[in-house]
Design a protein around this ligand. Structure first.
Ligand code: PLP
Ligand code: SF4
Length: 346
């Protein structure tokens, strides 16, 4: 099945999904989107699995607590689709669409179910990048940038290549684990072509659990590995999904076996609809401390938390103490925002 067909035929309604999974699906305000091959994996794994919990709606999503914009992106939006928080790099939100809807998504309240592409408003975004030559890296995000066709990506690259100050490109994408077939021959050609122009192209794949990696995902990893890319990963620490030493060790060991360097482990954001995935910093720190003991330094991601006021990524680990809330929490957050909510698998 082509990746476009996988997208078109994805399960999008409670009726379709509950019929397929043979399970009553919770009614919540957030959309459903699961490509069929992934739904098949979810069904096999069952309701208690890391796969199921990440993608199948849960009644806890109706909890009204949490924030619509939990990482304070809005104040940093400088032009349509440009989020410029750090001096030398900016996010370019090339689409609002993803190949899947993750139940914990920090953009949960912003993603659009429609295919809003990088059209029309693109000029103002590019102009901003042109007028701010301190921006050396453009991070293609969204949504998922690989939802765009290869020719659309080629167009965007062409425009970015015309801006002298841009030397690095980066993808943040969940696609290789959701629709692995998206990493196709044409995409490979695109990367090879543009790697000659840019100093570095990085690819950060988003995944949270070893069970997301099957043979087709492995094949996508192999293909990515054959390209002139710096390959890295980011994961979200999620209650009931991967909040144990064993789960994370297994994930990171698998990633390094495929030469994917773990870059970030995100502490979950306080997003409305995703509060049941949150866990106390202390628990994350306990796990992280053990990871440092059991993995080489180059296999350990940075454990970070995004400050709700838009302060950006901050170290979540603090070697001084597991309960230490430090300046950043005292200054920016009430500690109580990191309290326990929802059910525990333990
Ligand atoms: C995470 C993020 C980046 C990337 O930061 P790195 O430290 O380079 O990984 C850039 N811009 C925004 C707005 C971000 O949230
Ligand atoms: S892929 Fe990322 S942006 Fe898209 S739904 Fe999942 S967490 Fe949200």
């Amino acid at each position: 099945m082509s990746w476009q067909k996988e997208l078109r035929e994805a399960y999008k309604s409670i009726e379709e999904l509950s019929a397929f999974l043979n399970y009553p699906i919770a009614v919540t305000p957030f959309p459903i989107l699961i490509p069929r091959p992934l739904a098949q994996k979810i069904k096999l794994a069952g309701p208690d699995s890391a796969l199921w919990k990440q993608f199948v709606p849960d009644l806890f999503e109706n909890d009204p607590q949490g924030m619509a914009d939990p990482i304070g992106d809005r104040p940093h939006q400088r032009a349509p689709r440009v989020i410029h928080r750090y001096t030398n790099r900016a996010l370019l939100l090339v689409t609002n669409t993803c190949p899947v809807h993750c139940r914990y998504c920090f953009r949960q309240n912003e993603l659009s179910p429609d295919d809003v592409l990088f059209n029309g408003k693109g000029d103002a975004s590019l102009q901003y990048l042109r007028e701010n030559p301190q921006i050396e890296e453009v991070i293609l995000s969204g949504g998922d940038p690989l939802i765009l066709s290869n020719s659309k990506l080629d167009q965007i690259f062409t425009q970015l290549a015309n801006i002298d100050s841009i030397r690095y490109l980066r993808f943040h994408s969940r696609m290789p684990v959701i629709i692995p077939g998206r990493v196709d021959g044409e995409f490979s050609e695109l990367i090879k072509k543009w790697s000659r122009h840019f100093q570095q192209i990085s690819f950060v794949v988003h995944l949270n659990h070893n069970s997301e990696i099957d043979s087709s995902v492995e094949a996508a990893f192999e293909r990515l590995n054959s390209l002139p890319l710096q390959l890295m990963s980011q994961s979200v620490l999620l209650r009931g999904v991967n909040d144990s030493l064993e789960d994370l060790l297994q994930l990171f060991k698998k990633l390094i076996a495929f030469k994917i360097r773990p870059l970030y482990l995100h502490h979950p954001d306080q997003v409305r609809g995703g509060m049941h995935f949150t866990l106390p910093l202390e628990k994350g720190r306990r796990i992280y401390r053990e990871l440092r003991n059991l993995l080489p330094g180059w296999a350990i991601p940075q454990y970070v938390v995004d400050l709700p006021d838009g302060g950006g990524k901050t170290e979540a680990y603090n070697p001084e103490g597991l309960q230490f809330s430090g300046n950043f929490l005292d200054r920016h957050l009430r500690d109580t925002q990191f309290i326990d909510r929802g059910p525990s698998k333990n």
